[in-house]
Design a binder for this molecule. Structure first.
Ligand SMILES: [Ca+2]
Length: 177
């Protein structure tokens, strides 16, 4: 049984990935619209090969989490994310990878505070909130490596700890803290 805290974290992803509210149903077109929105932001900084890789990765994530269906409701969403295993599913690994790549705007293999803030501000979050989130997530380090990010991402999905650094990996925690 998934705890209320983890349920809220998983539903926050429902919101940011599909623009869907708890207890509603998300359609593939909602998800695709969110992906298109982000690609449009990244278009200013990234080349078309990069955008294509992100688009394909994002499509794989939907395919995996929806089992190829066109819609998914909130309850199903929680169930597919809450696997009860410590190992990530293939589509979760891809989701993690896509998120890291999108944030590493300079493409140097690490996400620094400036990149993290710039990305999340472009998505509509406040600079102050995301700056604080980066500090908590990186535990004061100036940069987050891929290995750090993967660990933090897993923590986001799996940890019951309200002060776990991984809770900050998606920029804002206001909907579940
Ligand atoms: Ca970087």
């Amino acid at each position: 049984m998934v705890s209320e805290f983890r349920k809220k974290k998983i539903l926050y992803l429902f919101k940011i990935m599909c623009n869907a509210e708890s207890n509603s149903t998300a359609e593939k077109k909602d998800y695709d619209a969110s992906v298109a929105y982000i690609l449009n932001i990244l278009r200013k900084e990234k080349n078309s090969k990069f955008l294509k890789d992100i688009e394909e990765g994002a499509a794989m994530v939907w395919e995996g989490l929806s089992s190829g269906r066109d819609k998914i409701n909130a309850e199903e969403w929680i169930n597919v994310w809450d696997t009860g295993k410590s190992e990530l599913l293939e589509w979760q690994k891809m989701h993690c990878k896509v998120n890291f790549l999108m944030q590493d705007l300079a493409g140097d293999g690490v996400v620094d505070e400036e990149e993290f803030v710039r990305f999340h501000v472009a998505l509509g979050m406040s600079a102050e909130v995301t700056k604080g989130a980066f500090q908590k997530m990186s535990q004061g380090k100036p940069k987050v490596t891929w290995e750090d990010f993967e660990r933090l991402y897993k923590e986001y999905l799996q940890s019951e700890d309200k002060i776990a650094p991984g809770n900050y990996v998606f920029g804002s925690t206001k909907l579940f803290m």
